[in-house]
Design a protein around this ligand. Structure first.
Ligand code: V47
Length: 396
């Protein structure tokens, strides 16, 4: 019998509803964020996580490819984007993209994660050629390519509707979309951290259209800069509302803000407490999202590992050559080999399962397949540390 001891009396009614599987609301989200009782919040999130996924923790073998860092958006939150003629600006020729992809395949990648800057001169056709070239050379690799912000930009430069832009991307070989560019949807925050970028409403509209044309996507939230708790909860509930409508989101990834080398470098860095809260609270509010990722690149592998007991069921992938966070001062490695990801997962008492981008099984010898649907539920029930019963004790 598992026991939850709550130090913060305000959490008790929320705990009871979370344990009963009831949907939590705006005020609950605020109370969870404001509560200093991190262990109780994390315990609840872990309960929900184990109910869905048992002891399994997912990871994938992927390769990030950032075709250009030239960007016209000039977001204050970003250390990656450069002007065309600025020192450090780069744009890969298509051959270079394909070479990097071939290296990823040699290392076993099942996914290419492709995002880049909004380049003033590259055409939409160039990006379509990049995708076609990848699909032709590596037909078995899932192409998770271009954020809603890039889709918006492509639609403007190609003078196409969002729907037609997405359809052309799909036809060229894009399989799904990553979750970046969401930041915080609230316009007050966007004005400070990414003025001129696709609005929050537009991001959601593009995600809806992507899901409608059969392209699933991830969703993110960038926390730890100028946003309030209310703005975080609002962001999460907007995602939940859209997920109710489309069921198109695959995973949610909380992204911790890294201020170094950005125009917001004066802001204090988010803390470990923030990191775990921003895994746990989304797990509790996003009751219609299957997966919460602890993105080790920005959390560090140490915090990402702990997050596997605070609501996360996925530690992302091997990554290989991450640029966006490393330009913003991330001190993590750019690559974590499969054996090390598995070691971290096992050391947290979880069972590593390699997945593909959409959480399907990856058939490699010696590796388990990712359980899904009824199979996943059965795995959760079998799990030794799955939630077995609960006593809620108020310790005040
Ligand atoms: O959109 C940019 C963020 C995102 C900074 O879908 C920054 O599986 C912190 O979206 N500090 C890109 N964050 C990363 C991303 C992502 C990562 C992992 C997995 C998936 C997925 C998506 O990174 C950007 C922006 O929100 N970002 N600059 C910075 N200085």
């Amino acid at each position: 019998m598992a026991e939850l001891i709550i130090d913060d009396a305000r959490l008790k009614p929320i705990a009871e509803r979370a344990l009963a599987g009831e949907r939590l609301g705006f005020d609950d989200g605020i109370a969870l964020y404001r509560s200093p009782d991190l262990l109780a919040v994390g315990w609840l999130a872990n309960y929900v996580r184990e109910k869905r996924h048992g002891n399994v923790c997912y990871y994938n073998i992927n390769r990030h490819i950032n075709p250009t860092n030239v960007c016209v958006a000039h977001c204050r939150l970003c250390a990656f984007g450069r002007d065309l003629d600025a020192p450090g600006a780069y744009t890969y020729a298509l051959e270079e993209v394909w070479q990097r992809a071939a290296q990823g395949v040699a290392e076993g990648a099942t996914e290419f994660h492709i995002v880049g800057g909004l380049h003033p001169d590259l055409t939409f056709d160039h990006y379509l050629e990049l995708i076609r070239g990848l699909k032709q050379r590596f037909p078995h690799v899932h192409l998770k390519a271009f954020t809603m912000v890039e889709v918006h930009y492509f639609s403007r430069i190609a003078k196409l509707s969002i729907r037609d832009t997405l359809l052309k991307m799909k036809e060229a070989g894009v399989d799904s979309l990553p979750g970046g560019g969401a930041e915080i949807f609230n316009p007050r925050v966007r004005k400070i951290i990414c003025d001129h970028k696709t609005s929050g409403q537009m991001w959601l509209d593009i995600a809806r259209t992507a899901h409608q044309v059969g392209l699933r996507s991830n969703a993110t939230m960038l926390y730890g800069h100028v946003e309030t708790e209310e703005e975080r909860v609002e962001h999460l509930l907007l995602l939940r509302e859209l997920q109710d409508e489309t069921k198109g989101f695959v995973a949610f990834i909380p992204l911790e803000f890294h201020p170094d080398n950005t125009a917001l470098a004066h802001l204090p860095k988010p803390t470990g407490f923030d990191a775990l809260k921003n895994i746990a609270v989304p797990r509790l509010l996003l009751d219609n999202f299957d997966h919460i990722k602890a993105y080790w690149i920005m959390l560090t592998t140490r915090i990402a590992q702990i997050a596997l007991r605070f609501g996360a069921d996925d530690i992302d992938g091997t990554v290989i050559e991450e640029k966006i966070y490393h330009d913003a001062g991330a001190t993590t490695e750019q690559f974590t080999p499969r054996a090390e990801l598995e070691r971290l997962i096992r050391a947290a008492g979880r069972e590593p399962v390699e997945r593909d981008t959409l959480y399907g099984p990856v058939g490699r010898s010696g590796l388990q397949s990712a359980p899904s649907g009824a199979e996943g539920e059965a795995a959760a029930k079998r799990s030794s540390s799955g939630p077995s019963g609960t006593i809620v004790t108020l310790n005040v």
